[in-house]
Design a protein around this ligand. Structure first.
Ligand SMILES: Nc1nc(=O)c2c([nH]1)NC[C@@H]1CN(c3ccc(C(=O)N[C@@H](CCC(=O)O)C(=O)O)cc3)C=[N+]21
Length: 286
């Protein structure tokens, strides 16, 4: 038996179709949501992601605002663009594409973003609101994972989720979402300091593999029937994506999110969700 696919492309398409109607409703009330991006440098991968985000915007009827700086840009030059986007009324939400060039104080840049325009859900204010159970933008990849599981009817309530990795964008933030009363999961967070990763993995109903270590999740460590989400993105010598999940896991798990085609497209869709929801909050006067 081979695992059923947690299809990120199809689920993202469903989310985008829902957003298309909500964007049209916002426009009728006089607010056109607009996603801004700031790309510093010309890394081809980063440029590809940013272009994808602008294509997504066009698909749902949103405006997009594109800002670029050379990789020689100074801290001051980057911060000046952030201030401009904060003040630009056409830009209702935006991201600063990461990573920023060496020598730039990334946290100082991110903290300058107007929290009302935080599309990534990773501003300290947004993360604080999440801890406090207040409404606000949610981190995109974790929220995408949640929607992917819900869309396919995978039970989260009462499930034991093992998260592998402690990066800010996924590992460190997804337990905050999963342990809310509305999700009710029990979460174990594993990382490079975990003494016996295999023993933890074998307990898991759901595995979120976000370590960035090729094939760290092996078939013999997965409980039959588990749902496994592959978040890791490494590249082999030919530039092909290698995930954190060994292909043999498909023979043990009941559900598997492929990589590519899983959480990547979901991350992009959730970025649009954050911008549309912020616009809906603004229209409601919240
Ligand atoms: N401020 C900021 N916010 C981000 O959300 C952010 C960022 N910086 N920096 C880089 C990472 C990476 N990221 C991806 C989003 C979508 C795909 C995606 O859609 N991937 C496709 C195709 C992958 C391929 O073939 O290259 C897939 O998984 O199917 C991948 C990677 C967002 N990031």
């Amino acid at each position: 038996m081979s695992a059923q696919i947690l299809d990120g492309k199809a689920t993202a398409a469903a989310i985008k179709s829902d957003l298309t109607a909500r964007v049209a409703a916002l426009k009728e009330r006089g607010l056109t949501p607009g996603l801004g991006t700031l790309l510093v440098g010309d890394d081809p991968g980063s440029r590809w992601y940013v272009n994808g985000k602008h294509r997504d915007c066009a698909e749902v009827g949103m405006e997009s605002i594109q800002r670029e700086l050379p990789d020689t840009a100074t801290q001051e030059e980057i911060e000046a663009v952030v201030r401009e986007l904060n003040e630009n009324p056409a830009c209702t939400g935006y991201i600063v594409q990461l990573p920023l060039p060496k020598g730039i104080d990334t946290n100082r840049v991110l903290e300058l973003i107007d929290p009302a325009k935080d599309a990534d859900g990773l501003h300290p204010m947004s993360l604080g609101r999440l801890v406090l159970n207040e409404t606000g933008p949610l981190p995109c990849t974790p929220n995408g994972i949640l929607h992917l599981l819900r869309h396919h009817g995978v039970e989260i309530n009462g499930a034991h989720v093992v998260v592998v990795g402690r990066g800010i964008t996924v590992g460190r933030s997804i337990p905050l979402l999963l342990t809310r009363k509305s999700e009710n999961a029990t979460v174990t967070q594993c990382h490079t300091g975990t003494r016996d990763l295999a023993a933890q993995l074998r307990q898991a109903d759901i595995i979120v593999a976000a370590a960035g270590v090729p094939h760290i999740i092996k078939p013999e460590d997965v409980k039959p029937g588990a749902a496994v989400l592959d978040v890791g993105v490494s590249r082999d010598e030919n530039g092909k994506i290698v995930g954190d999940v060994h292909p043999g896991v498909a023979e043990v798990a009941s559900w598997l999110s492929p990589n590519p085609g899983g959480v990547g497209p979901m991350t992009r869709a959730e970025l649009l969700v954050n911008v549309v929801e912020a616009a809906e909050r603004a229209v409601a006067g919240q």
